[in-house]
Design a protein around this ligand. Structure first.
Ligand code: MSP
Length: 625
């Protein structure tokens, strides 16, 4: 039985390429485990508590729960559109999870692994992580993400992490960390001495309260202790005892930034809660864009759906797994994606199917018999089988790029055999049985590759199976992959797989269009009158969430009424007495039934609007330009 998980994603932000990467890897593995006969359980979901989410919700004027509901649904919708084969979509705001975490807290407390004290140190809200002053970079920067940390001094419950140092190191001897080289970093970290971990916070509210029996309900359980136990709470062991077989978990997939939480804190928590430790924690690297880490604030985050819509979801899945060795960072490069689609998916894979179907329809009415393959092409078949066995080993060891590379080497054996033996000439020379055996060799290689490629390209490989008339099932996997058998096929015409991509399809040009507004002459600019105005009055407009109504003062005491859509970002009373910038010669307009005589300028920052005002007070009505 194999239990596989993705991290549960924070709901402070919508899904991006990095999230899709982990989820697609996990989906590929889950599909592979099912195909290779393992009873499999695949969990993904969202991480919804903590200060970071509380703040994000506040910035958007939502309650944390409303906000979490909205973003969690966005993740779920994306995974459903991507046909991610998860079995459990778990949320930390689920009641069963909340109860479970409180129960675990109590178990640890009763075991004597938790004590009360006071935490003094630094906290990074973005990473939801504690640091000592000596760990900080550039003054008070977080050593992991570089953002500013906050000094905390608050009453806190502590977990005796230090008690588990030796046990964690002992667990590492069973090689649970993938890739293996990451183990050294973790060992160094532990050997520097583990400090007990603050596991409750009191300075915000959005989280799971510590158990009632402790009579201390201002304490919220640390979001990582809460989140990590989702992997266990979701099994609902109290109700679904058959799920016990899924423990220990087979693999928790994570990004390298959260390896420490999974490979140091989590095993200690599990030991304390008397639960078994996972077999593997597998950590992948980061995707960057043009060499820079992707993030919303930098504006370089790629939305997975845009890429998948432009290039085909399966090509996108293939690229993510094939492009970078698991554990390394990788740069998202559109040209590379196109080249892999054209040279590999289209040329080696799609084209082989076309050739097989075309030849078999021509030579033998679509019937492809395996009886003479070994007579003529034993060496080629052995070579292909060797690549398939390597591929199998690589996927079992989380080396996805090499697994795919080996499968494409097997396809090359078929494609090169066609060029080498030229079946069309064999037919001409009355060697039909040799020609038909060659078609069968290629069809068998393509079928075997398709079975092993199925977890990565579920739909395209089904198209191959349909065109050659076989099924992709655990039974066929056993036969063709494990027992090296051959099959007979019956080919029928099919559409081409992975048509060639002629030009880049991502919205690069569109982006440029936006940035490259048409150039204007100075006289065009001169037509716009920009002035500084003083806010005399400001109020909300009943029935509108967006609009504020301003009375502005210009030169010589002139006043005018202007409406502006910034009500979500400013309270009217905080704007009175402030100066704003105004397009003052705009034709009057009626908005929401009110006259508006001008336009107040603001800058768009993400989803926010920020008013623009002069750095120093100037006279009302001063010209800008
Ligand atoms: N909520 C925690 C995980 C708790 S698991 C009990 C969390 N969430 S996250 O949304 O910030 O990140 C989730 C995963 O996305 C992490 O594994 C992280 O490594 C991955 N990625 C986020 N950005 C990434 C890239 N740019 N590239 C690759 N993966 C990265 O951490």
């Amino acid at each position: 039985m194999r239990y596989i998980t993705t991290p549960i994603y924070y709901v402070n932000d919508v899904p991006h390429l990095g999230h899709a990467y982990t989820t697609i890897i996990a989906d590929t593995l889950a599909r592979f485990y099912r195909l290779s006969g393992h009873k499999t359980l695949f969990l993904t979901g969202t991480d919804e508590h903590g200060q970071k989410i509380e703040q994000a919700a506040k910035n958007k004027n939502h309650s944390p729960k409303e906000y979490a509901d909205k973003i969690s649904l966005e993740f779920k919708k994306l995974w459903d559109e991507f046909e991610i084969s998860y079995d459990i979509y778990a949320r930390t705001t689920d009641e069963r999870h909340i109860k479970f975490v409180q129960q675990v807290f109590l178990t640890m407390w009763e075991k004597g692994d938790i004590y009360k004290g006071e935490y003094e140190g630094y906290y990074c809200v973005s990473c939801e992580s504690f640091f000592t002053q000596t760990q900080l970079t550039n003054g008070c920067g977080c050593p992991d993400c570089g953002k500013e940390t906050k000094l905390l001094k608050e009453e806190s419950y502590f977990f005796k992490l230090s008690k588990y140092e030796k046990d964690i190191l002992k667990w590492y001897e069973s090689d649970p960390i993938v890739p293996k080289n990451k183990k050294t970093e973790l060992i160094n970290f532990i050997e520097n001495g583990l400090k007990d971990l603050s596991i409750t916070r009191t300075s915000f509210e959005w989280g799971i309260k510590i158990p009632q029996n402790l009579n201390d309900d201002k304490h919220i359980i640390y979001v990582w202790l809460d989140a990590l136990f989702i992997y266990i709470s979701s099994l609902e062991l109290d109700k679904k005892s058959e799920n016990l077989g899924f423990l220990p978990a087979f693999v928790h997939l994570v990004g390298k930034d959260i390896l420490r939480f999974h490979a140091i804190y989590f095993p200690a928590f599990l030991m304390s809660a008397n639960l078994p430790l996972p077999k593997y924690i597998a950590a992948h690297g980061w995707w960057t864009k043009d060499g820079e880490k992707m993030s919303k604030s930098k504006g370089n985050a790629l939305h997975p759906k845009i890429i998948a819509d432009a290039y085909d979801l399966e090509a996108f899945r293939y690229f993510l797994l094939r492009e970078v060795p698991f554990g390394n960072d990788g740069d998202f490069n559109e040209a590379m994606l196109i080249s892999r689609i054209n040279a590999e998916l289209s040329n080696e894979f799609g084209n082989l199917l076309n050739r097989i179907v075309g030849m078999s329809l021509k030579y033998s009415n679509g019937s492809i018999l395996q009886d003479e393959v070994l007579n003529f092409y034993r060496a080629e078949l052995n070579e292909a089988n060797l690549h398939l066995q390597n591929a199998l080993e690589f996927i079992e060891n989380f080396q996805f790029n090499r697994y795919l590379e080996e499968l494409f080497k097997a396809l090359s054996v078929a494609n090169l055999s066609i060029s080498k033996y030229e079946p069309w000439n064999l037919i001409k020379n009355n060697e039909a049985s040799k020609a038909n055996a060659l078609v069968s060799l290629c069809a068998n290689i393509l079928a075997k590759v398709s079975i092993l490629l199925h977890p990565t390209l579920p739909k395209s490989t089904q198209k191959v199976a349909k065109a050659l008339n076989f099924e992709i099932t655990p039974q066929i996997y056993q036969k063709l992959i494990l027992q090296n058998s051959l099959l007979d096929f019956k080919a029928s015409a099919c559409e081409a797989l992975f048509p060639k991509i002629e030009k880049a399809l991502l919205s690069e040009e569109k982006k440029e269009e936006k940035i490259q507004m048409p150039k204007i002459k100075i006289d065009d600019f001169a037509k716009i009158e920009l002035k500084v105005a003083l806010v005399k009055e400001c109020e909300r407009i009943e029935g509108s969430e967006k609009l504020l109504k301003f009375i502005l003062e210009l030169e010589n005491g002139e006043t005018r009424q202007v409406l502006s859509g910034i009500a979500k970002f400013y309270k009217p009373e905080e704007l009175i007495g402030k100066q704003v910038c105004l397009i003052s010669n705009l034709k009057k307009a009626k908005i929401f039934g009110y006259e508006s005589d001008g336009m107040i300028l603001s800058a768009k920052s993400g989803d926010k609007l920020v008013l623009i005002s002069p750095r120093e007070l100037v006279e009302s009505g001063s010209l800008i330009g």
